[in-house]
Design a protein around this ligand. Sequence first.
Ligand SMILES: Nc1ncnc2c1ncn2[C@@H]1O[C@H](COP(=O)(O)OP(=O)(O)OP(=O)(O)O)[C@@H](O)[C@H]1O
Length: 450
Amino acid sequence: MSQQPERGDTGLAGLDCAPGETLLSVRDLRTYYESGDLIGGQPVKAVDGVSFDVKKGETIGVVGESGCGKTTLGRTLVRLEAATGGEVRVGSDDVTELSGEDLKAWRRNAQVVFQDPESSLNDRMTIGEIIREPLDVHDWGTPAERRARVRDLLEKVGLQEEHYYRYPHQFSGGQRQRIGIARALALEPEFVVLDEPVSALDVSVQAQILNLLMDLQDELGLTYLFIAHDLSVVRHICDRVAVMYLGNVMELGPTDELFEDPANPYTRALLSAVPEPDPTAEIDRMTLRGTPPSPRDPPEGCAFSTRCPVKIRPDGSDEVDESTWEAVEVFRETLRARSRTERSLSERARELIGLETRFATVDEVVGELFTDRDIPVSVKEPVDQAADLAREGDEDAALEHLKGELGSVCDHESPEDHAVGTEGRESRCHRHAAEYEEPSAVGPSVGGED
Ligand SMILES: Nc1ncnc2c1ncn2[C@@H]1O[C@H](COP(=O)(O)OP(=O)(O)OP(=O)(O)O)[C@@H](O)[C@H]1O
């Protein structure tokens, strides 16, 4: 039997909460992609223990470098990916466990606007058919009501009724994104994941689409999860921001506070990379060493520990000067890179018979980093022992050895989320514990900080 859902009749009791109340409660969410290797390789830990609430009517931004898990997080929330563990609570329901009519109700209420309006619309369907498809799938109203709904949606997103019978290729990128938005809104959802909705558009069109999204949010009381690379866009439209790194949320809080006074070392590094509008402004740019670790093999302690510019040093290392300590960290990063790189058969063969390969030898690396330094024995011994292990081709054992001998709490323990700022912000970093100095006290300043 066909039915026409109304607002307030969402099919899941938790969705009918009041503006400002918790709509979604995400707890320890994990989404792993199995490797697909027949011999059972490590899964990709795309989302790896994420917790936060989404409030009804807000726009919560998700930022972070490419590959940190933003899209996977969004797709898991709307059940386009299956969670490996954890919960996504809506009232008393757990979205990750829904089935049957309840899952259908969630799918009506949780929609996605995709990044690329070029590829997300089927070029063989008319605009009317594209927007009407979810109504057909969910058996929404009568055929006449569906046509009327599509015409209403076209108008809502700034298109005209006569566009009903045209095809996507007849439209510009911005207009195609309007079609994508109309389709996502067809079933009157409560929650919409906007996955980089303006990244593929000309700058001149981006503002129009963002304004449209904000107007629709006001008019329809929508809740957005806004995934973006562009921090200036996030600052402009999000109420709160979550900063992701390697499947973790490192910091989450109100947008203004987070941008003005970032607490987490990763947020601070990310913000320091944003170009200043005033080129004469003096700010310290932090350049992060190396690349993010593989999500198949994330660090055991803090996700950011391998690149953190304010990593805590182990006890008893006060005598080691800053640049020697940095050399130790670079040595570890080099070993990690070597252990990740598959040597080709011919390289292995060349190594076996003692010929040069494209890999710098361990001796070259150690020579480059440690010659001409006055290194205390507490550092020299573990470095020499690790170099021996690496010379034998066992970089993993070398890394373990260095971690055991020279690692700190950042290498060994996952940090907790600590309350920072004044408005319910949280940051995942050992440095917020009482016994350590805050990241802002030991690292370079960011933005307008002194
Ligand atoms: N279907 C899949 N199968 C296996 N691995 C995947 C799959 N989708 C994503 N990944 C991996 O999961 C990790 C997170 O990817 P995801 O697309 O969620 O990140 P992202 O932050 O959205 O990146 P981007 O900004 O580039 O879109 C990456 O290492 C990616 O290669």
